[in-house]
Design a protein around this ligand. Structure first.
Ligand SMILES: Nc1ncnc2c1ncn2[C@@H]1O[C@H](COP(=O)(O)OP(=O)(O)O)[C@@H](O)[C@H]1O
Ligand SMILES: [Mg+2]
Length: 308
């Protein structure tokens, strides 16, 4: 059975503009994987997460969590999930320890189990030494980690985290990635949203790219990278005229005197670098990143893959 499954999920907010936040989303998260919903601001990520976590009603379509329908069986859904919302406030008087411990009790855990889980979760997010400080005195990143610990401490099978690392510095972000991967190794299923490509690339088993309410690609990082013919890129820098000469039929983008040129394979990339160096340009080659693909998908260069 799938961890999360949606069929033609549509959400139209009934505001003046009748915003179509989700335009028929078919998404599948398998049990035991870390699945990332990657998209720019306003893509519909939070809307999607709120519907499958039973906080918001869809306009049409179906959504299931571990086979339970989010509409008719929302109590079963809630029993199996832990959610970290995007903009979450902490009660300032609570300490991280109290948060984890009491919320675990609220979820029906025994005192012993709640203690064990809270300790493990707080250690995982590296808040153990701050566990008895009031949340009001913690930094933004520390508060965020306290909330993440709450989800980790729960015995929920499926964790849903809405941009869990936004606002965190690079070092803390990577710590959170490590914690999430550890949870997945232990058998949890994680669905997280992000607009950070590197995050999606580093942490996901599979991901979906969403833009303006539509899924435009879904699969492993490798599968999504496979959507473009070009597998390498060369960044060249220097004299504009020389740059012009360098670019042949390849797809490229420029930023002033710097240019990214996309080529099919490593051999072609090496040839291009040699040529660039001969022309007195600086140049280096590397495999394409998810960000390269993302920009092209969002620009609609790959209409074939759009699922509408
Ligand atoms: N409560 C709401 N009422 C009306 N429109 C909304 C509401 N919440 C979100 N939207 C709109 O729906 C779209 C998707 O928003 P959201 O799901 O928050 O995107 P994301 O989380 O990817 O940034 C945006 O255009 C946003 O303005
Ligand atoms: Mg959001």
């Amino acid at each position: 059975m799938d961890a999360v499954k949606t069929v033609n999920l549509v959400k139209i907010y009934q505001d003046k503009g009748k915003t179509e936040a989700l335009k028929g989303v078919n998404l599948l998260v398998r049990k035991g994987e870390l699945f990332t919903l990657l998209g720019p601001n306003g893509a519909g990520k939070t809307t999607f997460l709120r519907i499958i976590s039973t906080q918001l009603l869809p306009t049409s379509g179906e959504a299931y969590v571990l086979g339970f329908n989010v509409l008719d069986e929302y109590e079963d859904v809630r029993r199996h999930i832990a959610v970290v919302p995007q903009d979450v406030a902490t009660y300032g008087n609570f300490t991280p320890w109290e948060y984890c411990y009491y919320f675990s009790l609220l979820r029906g855990m025994s005192k012993l189990k709640a203690k064990e889980n809270s300790e493990k979760a707080l250690k995982a997010v590296e808040l153990w030494n701050l566990k008895d400080r009031a949340c009001a005195t913690l930094s933004g990143g520390e508060k965020k980690r306290a909330i993440i610990a709450l989800a980790l401490a729960s015995d929920a099978d499926v964790l849903m985290l809405d941009e869990p690392t936004s606002g965190l510095d690079a070092v803390t972000r990577r710590k959170v990635w490590a914690v999430l991967r550890e949870m997945v190794e232990e058998g949890k299923t994680i669905l997280l949203t992000t607009h950070i490509m590197e995050e999606a690339e580093m942490v996901s088993d599979r991901l979906a790219v969403i833009d303006r309410g539509r899924l435009i690609a879904q699969g492993t990082v490798e599968e999504i990278k496979g959507l473009t013919r070009e597998k390498f890129r060369v960044i060249a820098e220097g004299d504009l005229k020389a740059l012009e000469k360098l670019v042949s039929s390849s797809f490229s983008v420029s930023f002033g005197n710097r240019r990214i040129i996309y080529v099919d394979d490593g051999d072609e990339a090496v040839e291009l670098v040699k040529k660039a160096l001969k022309c007195g340009l600086k140049a280096e080659a590397s495999p394409i990143t998810l960000e390269d693909i993302f920009v092209r998908l969002i620009r609609g260069e790959y209409d074939d893959w759009k699922n509408d």
